[in-house]
Design a protein around this ligand. Structure first.
Ligand SMILES: [Zn+2]
Length: 151
């Protein structure tokens, strides 16, 4: 952070407090060369991830939509709402910690499947059939067989 008075690059923080309900941090700094004081504001970047769909169109990633899709796949399965929310938040963490700002739906789908596989195999298959878009019964059966092997 360059000093606005002398341009020196190093300053020390003498006071730091959140403003605006904690989304902005106000820092009071002192230049280590001319010792003049100035203020900086630090704001959390709103991270948005774009999802690339099969038809190449892009959509803002929406955790709520993912949750809705998951609840659909898990209908009548012994999985609680909070378990589903946990899956979504795990996936969100994984998504937001990647370097990419754009992710294909397939990548996100695989992240979800990794979580579901452990939790409930029926829900796993249902979700997989939507995300992977099984286009023939053969692929579907192959997936079923690979599940049985893991058991
Ligand atoms: Zn200075």
């Amino acid at each position: 952070m360059k000093c606005p008075f002398c341009g020196y690059e190093e300053s020390k923080v003498i006071d730091s407090r959140p403003t605006d309900e904690g989304t902005i941090i106000r820092r009071r700094r002192e230049c280590m060369s001319c010792e003049k004081r100035f203020t900086t504001y630090e704001k959390v970047e709103n991270i948005s991830i774009m999802v690339i769909k099969k038809d190449k169109s892009r959509q803002l990633f929406d955790g709520n939509k993912l949750l809705a899709g998951l609840s659909h796949a898990c209908e009548k399965r012994p999985i609680s709402r909070s378990q589903l929310e946990e899956v979504v938040s795990k996936v969100e963490n994984a998504i937001y910690s990647t370097e990419d700002k754009e992710l294909p739906t397939t990548v996100i789908g695989e992240m979800v499947l990794n979580e579901l596989r452990e939790m409930d195999q029926v829900a796993y298959i249902r979700f997989a059939s939507v995300y992977r878009d099984f286009d023939d019964i053969e692929t579907f059966m192959k997936e079923l067989r690979s599940l049985k092997k893991q058991k």
